[in-house]
Design a protein around this ligand. Structure first.
Ligand code: LMR
Length: 328
């Protein structure tokens, strides 16, 4: 008889969302850690695969593996260097082993909104950063937006002192580590797939993430509430192995690039609305969302200000100036 969905899922635990590759097609595995729906990256990856599989049928085929089912973000870049995965889009906070230049995206309160992030990424300086890992064999093809980060814990966070002494899960970024240390908190680097469990069991007290990640991974269920801080960003670098990419036939590469950039534009335009929709769902679930007064927000800005000077040497004062200019 037919297998039930659950039995089937058990048998083929790592079955990708799009697995209709035919023999003779070049297989492009895209691995990511977020939900396939309700998250800007998850939806963009799905759309990218659909378009490649429609428009490059017989030539190339993309398989998308969401929800960390194939690799977490620590492993995926190693797998890419070994040729086991061809495309990924880890958050910009996860490239520390490969470059310190991308640290700019983790500076707290640098960008006033996602439009400013977009302007900086599209500027000459922003585009220059796509090539910052060439010596490590990795090439950035595009930036994808998620959105602005919000802050939560198992108690209300209104003043910076409320965070002192709490344990916060962070992505693998020294800048984010410094940000929480500046608040007198204890940051802990941890894979995305482990955050819900760590919050639920009290291994950590709090976290920072976008509305879409907080909703689709249910973090709000195991937190006291969410403080609307917009204190930083989670955005992504669509990354490939430079050897693999330059080894492609020029017409195949051009077509892939064209589709990727079209999907990028559409997805980036939709990202703010996706996050707003997730914010409303968190509210509708009965979660408290706390708004800061301008004075309270200024207190948070001041508390984490030293982080900028700490990392200016790695990032470059000219880069920081260009990013700040994108706010206007
Ligand atoms: C995180 O680890 O919190 C994020 O980078 C996950 C993601 O890919 O949005």
């Amino acid at each position: 008889g037919l297998l039930t969905g659950a039995a089937l899922a058990g048998l083929v635990a790592a079955a990708p969302a799009y697995a209709q590759c035919d023999s003779g097609e070049m297989v492009i595995k895209f691995s990511h850690v977020v939900a396939p729906q309700g998250n800007p990256k998850g939806e963009a990856a799905t759309k990218l695969a659909q378009r490649i599989n429609d428009e490059m049928n017989g030539v190339a085929c993309m398989e998308v593996y969401p929800n960390s089912q194939l690799y977490n973000d620590d492993k995926v870049l190693e797998a890419m260097q070994l040729g086991d995965v061809q495309m990924a889009a880890p958050s910009l906070s996860k490239f520390e082993k490969y470059t310190k230049k991308l640290r700019i995206f983790d500076l707290p309160f640098l960008f006033k909104d996602i439009e400013a992030v977009d302007r900086f990424q599209m500027s000459d300086k922003g585009q220059e950063l796509l090539g910052s890992m060439k010596s490590k064999g990795l090439l950035g093809l595009a930036y994808w937006h998620n959105g602005m980060k919000q802050l939560s814990a198992n108690k209300p966070l209104i003043e910076p002192s409320d965070a002192a002494g709490l344990k916060f899960r962070i992505q693998t970024s020294d800048v984010l580590e410094a940000q929480f240390k500046a608040l007198g908190a204890n940051p802990q680097k941890m894979a995305f797939s482990e955050v819900y469990g760590a919050l639920q069991t009290g291994v950590v007290d709090g976290q920072e993430n976008t509305w879409s990640n907080i909703y689709t991974k249910k973090f709000y269920e195991v937190q006291d509430g969410i403080t609307h801080t917009d204190h930083g960003i989670i955005d992504y670098l669509v990354v490939v192995s430079a050897d693999w990419w330059t080894g492609l036939k020029p017409d195949v590469r051009d077509k892939l690039k064209k589709i990727l950039l079209e999907v990028t534009r559409e997805s980036n335009e939709a990202s703010a609305a996706i996050n707003e929709d997730n914010r409303k769902k968190i509210l509708a679930a009965g979660t408290t969302i706390r708004e800061l007064t301008p004075t309270q927000r200024e207190d948070w800005v001041k508390a984490v200000e030293p982080v900028w000077t700490q990392f200016e040497g790695d990032i470059g004062a000219d880069m920081i100036a260009a990013a700040k200019a994108a706010n206007n």
